[in-house]
Design a protein around this ligand. Structure first.
Ligand SMILES: [Fe+2]
Length: 301
């Protein structure tokens, strides 16, 4: 009997996604016709309330990116429409996935100017809290940044570092030492990514603005990150960021500031130099945990 796939692409409740995962399909099509009216309603409400916050707290390249992508405030975007506007600008493309992408595959996608993109969306009655990424986070939080050439080049550079890491550890003969170094490097890269691409702040001419996508896709946390006295904000130091654990289930208590995308690009260069010097091979234990599939993605590339 053929499998009947019900409508709806709600995060953690989408049979289409369950089936894709069950079949081992990571890269998928965006099954646009499966979005329910409730799904579109969630997008509409998320988008409507972000507008004013973006104007106040987002960096100018993000605002320009939102304009360039011509996102529809009323309906969940089709990725092919997003890509039609995005690709000519930086060569980046949003590529639909069914769920978690192992680290090496994710970074390698960035290197190839592809951004693995979640197609599900959070429930319309739970707009605020969501530990998983969804299409609002990925398309309205990340992709506008990919319209900026300098930022896009930084992501590509970051993707190249994953290859450097894989080459580096392949030269370590002792298996235990190889796995230890690799887990540490992956943790360091994930932390760097978290404190920049996901939760980065930038100090510019108009004061402090967000460029991190976790902030730009969160109505509550975006204002909190910039305004709250409870948040510690420091100029970024790589040695600190790569040794700093983070938790994903609450507002971030510690954020790092860059002063330009030039600065961010140079930090990725520095990260790679440190990796080659062995300085990422023994970072502090803690979050994020590196999974077996993350390790295997590097070892078996
Ligand atoms: Fe993200």
């Amino acid at each position: 009997m053929p499998t009947v796939i019900a409508a709806g692409l709600t995060t953690t409740e989408a049979p289409f996604i369950e089936q894709a995962r069950h079949d081992g399909r990571l890269f998928i099509e965006q099954p646009y016709e499966l979005y329910s009216e409730e799904n579109h309603e969630a997008w509409r409400r998320l988008y409507a309330r972000m507008g004013e916050r973006w104007q106040r707290y987002a960096n100018p390249w993000f605002l320009k990116g939102v304009q360039s992508l011509c996102l529809d405030p009323q309906r969940i975007p089709r990725l092919e429409d997003v890509n039609r506007f995005l690709s000519p600008l930086t060569g980046f493309q949003a590529k639909p996935v069914s769920g978690y992408v192992p680290s090496f595959v994710f970074f390698d996608c960035l290197r190839n100017r592809c951004f693995p993109t979640t197609v599900t969306i959070r429930r319309s009655d739970r707009l605020d809290y969501l530990p998983e990424p969804d299409i609002f986070h990925d398309i309205a939080g990340h992709v506008p940044m990919h319209t900026d050439r300098q930022f896009a080049d930084t992501l590509v550079r970051f993707g190249e570092c994953a290859h450097t890491a894989a080459d580096l550890v392949s030269g370590i003969r002792d298996r235990e030492m190889r796995l230890h170094a690799l887990a540490s490097i992956i943790r360091a890269m994930a932390r760097f990514f978290w404190f920049t691409v996901e939760f980065g702040l930038m100090r510019g001419r108009d004061g402090l603005k967000a460029y991190g996508s976790g902030l730009l896709s969160s109505y509550g946390e975006l204002a909190h990150a910039i305004e709250s006295p409870e948040v510690q904000r420091f100029p970024i130091q790589i040695d600190w960021a790569i040794n700093q654990s983070f938790e994903i289930d609450h507002y971030q208590p510690l954020l790092f500031i860059v002063h330009s995308f030039d600065h961010l690009f140079s930090l990725v260069d520095q990260l790679e130099r440190w990796m080659k010097d062995g300085r990422l091979s023994n970072v502090a234990p803690g979050e994020p945990q590196v999974s077996e599939s993350d390790l295997q993605s590097f070892l078996g590339r």
